[in-house]
Ligand binder design. Structure first.
Ligand code: BGC
Length: 794
């Protein structure tokens, strides 16, 4: 036997094999020293590498989220993203990064829309393939997820998605097919079912994934997606999280009784060993670290962020002169959302807010105008002192009964314990800090958490309550627990002593204690109306107003879908009122997915910033002042109103979510319905102008001459769509076939090629892929509705 994988497999007895096909712990694959296999930590997620802990002591670079990355339309840029992610993974001893998320934007209501790339399978597929190559080139596995049709969150553990084979092949499976083609070493399956069978046991894992596509890597379950012991006979290779439960002792018995064949287990183990060889977990040598300095990291992230922002509307107000006196308004100016909620969360070591970024380059006055966060915020570090260390942060003490079993300094106002060893042994955890008032007035001081909690302020009991969870997904309850607070009137500089004692609710078998506790505060605030009026006054006298509006972590998060596309609270009203007093009003939208913008034609410019990661402020400053141009183009259609969205509903009926629209999602559905959205797929403006001419076609390549006709260097994305007039088949009005991104200096011209893969001409039938004979029309331009060039193609 000279196949090293077979040699290793032969050394394992059945219990040894079973130990490898379940995780060792929450985020760790099992090792086996007897065969030289190291344990392999894995980590979320797509826009940064959290590592095994949810902890500010081991921070992570926070990159723009999925929609933002796709908005670059630049697979090459993903080379840099991938290198950065791989470097972070190596630094944190992570062997696989659980991303990218390549489900489709079927409906803008999808709660994890921000995490996914696009409504279009070709753009998603190109980005997925580039991401996989870029990360794996550095010896770290990517893990495209969630296979398949996990395009919304309502009832995500149980929903059965009914979808036609054609829609699966042409839309939902396509990005995975490209990721496999790019050599992905791991794929994550999903919680939902497809056409009646849970995805962790679904035959789609065998065909096409492992069969026709030849995927030879590991299919890992989504966390908790494995439903049964007998399901081990199916296509999932690795059951996460660990330690072994359904696939532990019960599986051993099922194999011994003949209910599950051992050959199925051997196939899984071979795949896991092959994976281990690929990521360097078999050779016993430590993996070299990849070095990025902090400055290099920031530069790369800032550059991706500027290339992702989409300027959808500009009357010429942007870019701003660097001496423009700006009134910076809006709740997200100082409290931005840099990432969506849920497992994609990372904890960066710093965050550049729009206020910090803009104030560094422009004369800025600021007031929020409206506050989005109604409750407490985690106490900012500059306001809390650990009484033990006298440094910023809190002291966390762990008690088992009366005995203190450990104490830790934490430089944060919020702690998330996920399998924390001390917490797992503890019966009570106490957070202790001195909180300092930086303004005079009525402060709210309290906590976020669940279970029996006691809040002491200055050694007096302020709240004692058994706080119960208010339903929802366990992850949502962990990250957004209920809040309680009391009011204290404080003078500037006054300190109060705050202790929060939480009784530990008990460990989850195999996982340990899972809980989140926050020391929360709310500063004294002007009344809502006074604050609103103050903002309008600032806007009235400024040369330009920049209003940063956005969604919240409750609206765009894993575990639930959206209920509205409106900006929450009075933000629409604020924008309209500011625009009424300042004709140079620029709105920056900080959301991961579409929102309604009823004021969009009454303002000077609208910039979509997405969830932009840690360099939000510096990147925004570069864009607004023209140091960089907004490089993004829409990866998804932005509707005018929710009422017009052709594919909207994500609520299952009797456990079933029927994709009745089949292949018509996104712009395909908008074009078919004949409704004009607010901004079409592919749209986005830069700061220069372009011309294009001389479209020719040779084989499957379209060639176009393009020229930057403006006075600045600029980026443009040339997009090629196909249509098929008089087709005998139900088809989209047109569909994206390929694209090319180009950056040119003023006056420069270039001949560009756009490759059009054969697949773009094919459709799925019960006999497989087929091409309808006859002529297709090629359309080339800069958005799905701006396509000046056409040519016939056979
Ligand atoms: C999510 C996955 C994630 C996993 C581990 C699941 O709930 O759906 O995307 O990778 O948790 O955190």
């Amino acid at each position: 036997m000279d196949d090293p994988i077979e040699e290793l497999l032969a050394k394992l007895d059945l219990p040894g094999k079973l130990r490898l096909i379940s995780g060792a712990s929450l985020f760790r694959l099992a090792g086996d020293p007897a065969i030289g296999l190291a344990e392999m930590p894995v980590s979320d997620g797509p826009s940064g590498v959290r590592g095994e802990n949810w902890d500010e002591r081991d921070p992570s670079v926070s990159l723009p989220s999925g929609t933002a990355v796709a908005a670059t339309w630049d697979p090459q840029l993903l080379g840099e993203v991938g290198a950065l992610i791989a470097a972070e993974a190596r630094r944190k001893n992570v062997y696989a990064v659980l991303g990218p998320t390549i489900n489709l934007h079927r409906s803008p209501m999808g709660g994890r829309h921000f995490e996914c790339f696009s409504e279009d399978p070709v753009l998603s597929g190109e980005m997925a393939a580039a991401y996989v190559r870029a990360v794996q080139e550095h010896g770290v596995s990517a893990c495209p997820k969630h296979f398949v049709a996990n395009d919304s969150e309502t009832d995500r553990f149980t929903v059965d998605v009914r979808v036609s084979d054609r829609a699966l092949r042409e839309l939902y499976l396509y990005p995975f097919e490209r990721a496999v083609e790019a050599g992905s070493w791991m794929i994550m399956d999903s919680y939902n079912g497809v056409n009646g069978v849970a995805m962790s046991e679904n035959p789609l894992l065998d065909e096409p994934l492992k069969g026709a596509w030849g995927f030879d890597g590991v299919v890992v379950s989504d966390w908790g997606a494995v439903r049964s012991t007998e399901g081990a006979a199916g296509g999932t290779d690795l059951c996460m999280p660990g330690p072994p439960m359904l696939w532990g002792e019960p599986l051993l018995a099922a194999i011994r009784s003949g209910a599950v064949p051992e050959s199925a287990i051997d196939d899984k183990v071979r795949r896991i060993l092959r994976f281990a060889a690929r990521v360097g977990a078999l050779d016993g040598s430590p993996r070299p670290t990849m070095h990025f300095t902090d400055n290099q990291m920031r530069d790369v992230v800032r550059s991706i962020t500027t290339q992702a922002m989409v300027l959808v509307h500009n009357d010429g107000t942007l870019p701003l002169r660097e001496d423009t006196a700006v009134a910076l308004l809006g709740p997200a100016a100082t409290e931005p959302r840099i990432m969506g909620g849920g497992s994609a969360t990372v904890i960066p070591d710093h965050l550049s807010t729009p206020l910090a970024g803009l104030a560094a380059v422009l004369p800025v006055t600021h007031t929020p105008g409206y506050r989005l966060v109604e409750g407490l915020i985690p106490a900012p570090l500059e306001l809390i002192t650990d009484p033990e260390t006298q440094t910023p942060g809190m002291n966390v003490r762990y008690f088992a009964g009366e005995t203190e079993i450990g104490t830790r300094h934490r430089a944060t106002g919020t702690v998330v314990m996920l399998g924390d060893d001390l917490a797992t042994e503890a019966t009570l955890i106490e957070l202790h800090a001195r909180v300092r008032a930086d303004v005079a007035g009525d402060w709210e001081i309290g906590f976020g958490g669940t279970g029996p909690v006691r809040l002491d302020i200055d050694a007096t009991v302020a709240i004692e309550e058994n706080v119960t969870m208010t339903g929802g997904d366990p992850a949502a309850a962990l990250l957004n627990p209920p809040q309680r607070s009391v009011t204290r009137t404080l003078t500037v500089g006054q300190e109060v002593d705050v202790r929060i004692a939480v009784t530990v609710q008990g460990a989850i078998p195999g996982l340990g204690v899972v809980m989140g506790v926050t020391l929360g505060i709310k500063r004294p605030q002007r009344s809502e109306d006074e604050e609103f009026t103050a903002a309008i006054e600032l806007a009235r006298t400024a040369e330009a107003a920049v209003v940063v509006v956005g969604t919240t972590e409750h609206i765009e998060s894993e575990g639930s879908d959206r209920t509205s596309l409106r900006l929450p609270g009075r933000q629409d009203e604020l924008v309209a009122a500011v625009a009424a007093v300042n004709p140079r009003t620029i709105v920056v939208v900080n959301s991961g997915a579409p929102v309604e913008m009823p004021w969009r034609n009454d303002v000077a410019a609208v910039l979509l910033a997405w969830f932009p990661g840690q360099e939000f402020g510096t990147a925004l400053a570069e864009i607004l002042t023209g140091v960089a141009e907004p490089g993004g183009r829409l990866p998804t259609t932005w509707p005018k109103t929710i009422a017009e969205v052709p594919v909207l509903d994500t609520t299952p009926a009797n456990g079933v979510l029927d994709y009745t629209e089949s292949i018509h999602i996104g712009y395909r559905a908008w074009l078919r319905a004949g409704i004009e959205p607010a901004y079409p797929f592919g749209h986005g403006l830069g700061y220069t102008t372009w011309s294009s001419s001389d479209l020719t076609v040779s084989g499957r390549t379209a060639t176009l001459t393009v020229r930057n006709t403006g006075a600045r260097t600029g980026k443009q994305v040339f997009q090629a769509y196909l249509s098929r007039p008089d087709s005998a088949i139900d088809r989209p009005v047109r569909w994206l076939a390929g694209f090319t991104t180009v950056t040119l200096d003023p006056g420069q011209s270039r001949t560009i090629d756009i490759e059009l893969p054969q697949r773009a001409f094919e459709h799925w039938t019960e006999h497989g892929w087929e091409t309808e004979p006859g002529v297709f029309t090629l359309h080339v331009g800069t958005s799905v509705t701006d396509l000046p060039h056409t040519a016939d193609m056979n």
